[in-house]
Design a protein. Structure first.
Length: 174
């Protein structure tokens, strides 16, 4: 399946859609203890969307922090980083592929979902650019709850599920 700057075959695209050498790096390599709750960092300059995503994730049992921009997120990553970063691609300041690369530099073991209303429109950051920069998944706005939660659990598993268990579940459903 090809992904170009103007076309997204579905609202959720993985790095696997680009090429074999760009395939997903797998689940975050983070040791967890029984009962530990996944940490998620949601970065979006739109307060309503940021809080909606927080509510969705907290309702599923994830522990969520939010940031209004990449500078705010980078300050929060100083404490060891989350397991999953959900990042809007069009924000004031650092955004797009540059933001993904900077987030990856500060939290290399984390999974990253890039979200944007510009994916597939021919303007702004393309899905291919976000994936090439290091995003594990891209989702087009407006986000749809089932699709969003599926992307989250595909990458990091359920809130109390260890990474190895998440990989087994994902493989059995494929």
């Amino acid at each position: 399946m090809a992904v170009d700057g103007d076309f997204i075959p579905s609202a959720a695209v993985t790095r696997q859609a680009l090429s074999p050498d760009m395939q997903a790096k797998g689940l975050p390599s983070v040791e967890r203890h029984a009962g530990q709750v996944w940490q998620v960092l949601v970065i979006d300059d739109e307060p309503l969307l940021r809080e909606l995503v927080r509510e969705w994730l907290e309702a599923e049992g994830y522990s969520v922090r939010t940031a209004v921009d990449c500078d705010d997120a980078l300050a929060q990553l100083q404490d060891g980083g989350p397991y999953l970063i959900v990042c809007d691609m069009l924000m004031p300041g650092a955004c797009g592929p540059a933001a993904i690369k900077e987030l990856r530099r500060h939290a290399p073991g984390s999974a990253l979902i890039a979200v944007s209303g510009s994916f597939g429109t021919g303007r702004g950051v393309t899905a291919a650019e976000a994936l090439s920069a290091g995003a594990d998944r891209v989702l087009a706005k407006p986000l749809r709850l089932p699709e969003f939660l599926r992307a989250v659990t595909d990458l990091i598993g359920a809130p109390h599920q260890a990474p190895a268990e998440a990989a087994k579940v994902a493989a059995s459903e494929a």
